[in-house]
Design a protein around this ligand. Structure first.
Ligand code: MTE
Ligand code: HPA
Ligand code: MOS
Length: 736
């Protein structure tokens, strides 16, 4: 069962449409429907907010704004710098000003548009460049040095340049949604599509002026999160809870796609400036790197995201001397947030751009520069046939003036653990019922990534019972308290180990019971094949459950786990923040049309290290999905804010994510067979949720390579991400 390629526990429910998400739950009688009233300016003083037309609209039951909040008007998760409802000023287009509850979704949404708001507009700071120029930052600039910060001055060869990568919309299939149900004495139950139920609990309690214990947050699954529901579910849950309290009725708030895209944070886009010194073979001697990201109006998770960009700007390369400056730019846009990789992809994007520039300057294959710089010994085994294909690509390009091919191999090294040390802990709750069935609960949230089945596999293996006996139950702050978000790819490690700890506690009790009953040592008692045995004594697991209960043995246990050994002193930016690393490498081959700028991924070969896989079917899905999502970020997903700070790409009509047809016709995915976690965690498997996204850097660099083939220049290819047809054409023309 450990290591078996089992289908996702809800696969059948997903494909048959019977998996229940928050919006599918049966609505309690009297449920009202909510909508948010949002700012139509990105940067303005609010001179007057007249909600009378909203109140008198058909079907409206209640309208609330900041002044109606009994507790605190704040949803800032780390820094208390973002209001639930804006008051005197608005800081992004789409910022919530008030909320309305009505008798139908349609009536609530119509009413929300009727507010009369008087604004005094100021010029919006929209881009990283604007913010940099004004030195407008949401958080202090971080400067990190290793070795000699002035070392670039001594190198004989230098490349300097600017790089850019775009942001990314999460485009989870299930949009943001919450259902708040009031209970006795002001208590509140909130069903929320969130990766972080505990944070929602805290923010709802603070808004309502209640103790945390009066608020319960529950969910069975999310229809995708990708980081977009690590903090960004809050405003919806808080608004629904406030309206539920004000009306005494259940309130559901589900936003439509356009408002979701306008109203929620995205991946940070970055601007970089680099100066790298290297030797004649392309080995990097010293690097000066400036990173600047668009953080939006508030801090949100930007500190940790930008820190992770800094952690990963070495990717898999040894950089002896490095000087990093990381700016966290404040802009009048929605607050940027977690997105699969959490700054890691943006850090790696920078160094891969530097490596590619060095290769062009030296006129050698970028792979050779990469190999010069890898940590440790060089890789030995090439199943992607890179070298033959490099020759074939050269040959093809020599005879093809119109289409050009490109090839790139890029590595990934991704650190596993929350860089905020206190977040690396988890809890679980396991009950055995007297029929031998097992109720499994833990602090993690299921968002499609397969966390629940992996933890269930661990529990079934630990108790020696069939997987079918383990029942997966909704995540609830009432069952496992004080949880971390399901993020940083660590869900299986932390929750799986917590669940294992609970199982071991139960086994200890049951083994002691058997030992007494059978006159054997507790250490002789074995749990396997749905039986519990020692010597020639044996009972079915369900029989033992029943008999232990009759003998008054408690059959419920909590489990807890914290990641050992990690430590990190942020003030000095020193320590070992990661429990271990996940590794991978990918080769991508593309073709571009030099006259239209279109590109196509022809073949991808992915080799990824998941340790000893707990479930190769789930892991393969994570690798394929992560890679394609990364390809979307780097090749087609383009966010566009106009100069007034209005997001123009707020629907699938203008924002393109990859679809099945964008998968390469040749798509090879290998789990590294010899993979084995150096750490004793989750049966020596490795976290897989985020790392494969970064394998898509190979697609971007294959396009880079193909553009390079259109020119005899040895300059860096000025390709910015995403490599849309427009950006590809710009790069071809600029290269000359
Ligand atoms: N896979 C699916 N299908 N849906 C998701 O929302 N989120 C990703 C990744 N894989 C996601 C996903 C992100 S951002 C993270 S951090 C991890 O899953 C979180 O889950 P884990 O810790 O259980 O891997
Ligand atoms: N990853 C995801 N979420 C986080 C992290 C991280 O490293 N740190 C704080 N929140
Ligand atoms: Mo994932 S970005 O850590 O939710």
């Amino acid at each position: 069962m450990i290591g078996e390629a089992l289908a996702h526990d809800s696969a059948w429910l997903h494909v048959s449409g019977s998996a229940r998400y928050v919006d599918d739950l049966p609505e309690p009688p009297g449920t009202l429907y909510a909508a948010l009233g949002m700012s139509s300016e990105a940067a303005a003083k609010v001179l007057a907010l007249d909600l009378d037309p909203v109140r008198s609209a058909p079907g409206v039951v209640k309208v609330i704004a900041a002044a109606d909040i009994p507790g605190i008007n704040c949803i800032g998760p780390v820094v208390p710098d973002e209001p639930t409802f804006a008051t005197n000023e608005v800081r992004f287009h789409g910022q919530p000003l008030f909320a309305v509850a009505a008798t139908s979704v349609e009536l609530a949404r119509r009413a929300a548009r009727l507010a009369r708001v008087h604004y005094e507009r100021r010029n919006a700071v929209v881009t990283v460049d604007d913010a940099l120029e004004r030195k407008d930052f949401v958080l202090p600039t971080l400067e990190v040095t290793r070795g000699d910060p002035a070392a670039t001055a001594r190198s004989e060869n230098l490349v300097e340049g600017t790089l850019r990568c775009g942001g990314q919309e999460h485009f989870y299939l299930e949009g943001q949604v919450a259902l708040a149900i009031p209970g006795d004495r002001g208590e509140m139950l909130v069903h929320s599509s969130t990766q972080h139920p505990t944070e929602i609990q805290h923010l709802v309690a603070a808004a309502l002026g209640l103790p945390d214990a009066a608020v319960t947050v529950e969910l069975r699954r999310l229809g995708g999160g990708f980081g977009g529901k690590e903090t960004q579910a809050a405003v919806y849950a808080v608004a629904a809870a406030l309206l539920a309290r004000a009306t005494g009725r259940p309130v559901k708030l589900r936003v439509d796609r356009d408002d979701d895209m306008r109203g929620t944070g995205k991946r940070h886009d970055f601007l970089y400036r680099y100066r790298a010194g290297f030797d004649g073979r392309g080995r990097i001697e010293a690097l000066d790197l400036m990173l600047a990201s668009r953080c939006g109006l508030s801090a949100d998770l930007s500190s940790a995201v930008n820190d992770r960009a800094v952690f990963h700007c070495d990717n898999a390369y040894f950089l002896p001397h490095i000087h990093i400056v990381s700016h966290r730019c404040r802009t009048d846009t929605v607050s940027s947030t977690a997105f699969r990789g959490f700054g890691g992809p943006q850090g790696m994007f920078a160094i891969e751009g530097v490596v590619a520039a060095i290769a062009r300057r030296l006129d050698i294959d970028a792979l050779d520069v990469r190999k010069q710089n890898l940590y440790g010994a060089a890789p030995r085994n090439d199943r992607s046939e890179y070298r033959q294909r490099r020759r074939a690509v050269r040959e093809f390009n020599a005879h093809s003036p119109h289409f050009k091919r490109g090839l790139a191999l890029t590595p990934v090294k991704f650190g596993i653990s929350f860089t905020a040390i206190p977040m690396n802990q988890a809890g679980a709750l396991v009950h055995i019922y007297t029929d031998g069935s097992v109720h499994l609960n833990h602090g993690g949230t299921e968002m499609g990534q397969g966390l629940f089945i992996k933890v269930a596999q661990i529990v079934a293996a630990e108790l020696g019972i069939d997987l079918g006996r383990v029942h997966l139950t909704p995540t609830s702050t009432a069952k496992v308290p004080n949880t971390s978000p399901t993020a940083a790819s660590s869900g299986t490690d932390t929750n799986g180990e917590a669940a294992r700890a609970a199982c071991r506690e139960l086994k200890n009790r049951l083994a002691a019971y058997c030992a007494k009953r059978w006159g054997v040592q507790a250490s002789e008692v074995r749990f396997a094949d749905n039986r519990v045995s020692a010597g020639n004594q044996s009972l079915g697991f369900h029989e033992l459950a029943r008999e232990a209960f009759l003998d008054r043995i408690p059959l419920s246990a909590t489990g807890y786990w914290r990641t050992p050994e990690i430590h990190f002193a942020r003030a000095r930016f020193q320590g070992e923040p990661f429990f271990y690393f996940a590794y991978g490498a990918a080769v991508s081959e593309v073709a571009i049309d030099r006259h239209t700028g279109e590109s196509r991924l022809l073949r991808a070969d992915l080799l990824h290290d998941v340790g000893r896989s707990l479930n190769p079917a789930i892991d393969r899905g994570q690798i394929e999905g992560g890679f394609i999502q990364g390809m979307g970020w780097l090749t087609m997903e383009e966010l566009y804010w106009d100069e007034r700070g209005e997001l123009k790409t707020h629907a699938p009509s203008t924002y393109k994510i990859p679809v099945a047809g964008d998968c390469p016709p040749q798509f090879n995915v290998w789990l590294w067979e010899r993979g084995e976690n150096v750490r004793e965690v989750a049966y020596r498997s490795k976290a897989v949720g985020e790392p494969p996204l970064m394998l898509a850097l190979s697609v971007f660099h294959a396009i880079y390579d193909a553009i390079g083939a259109t020119s005899i220049s040895r300059e860096a290819v000025p390709l910015v991400a995403p490599a849309t047809p427009e950006n590809i054409l710009k790069a071809i023309h600029a290269l000359g």
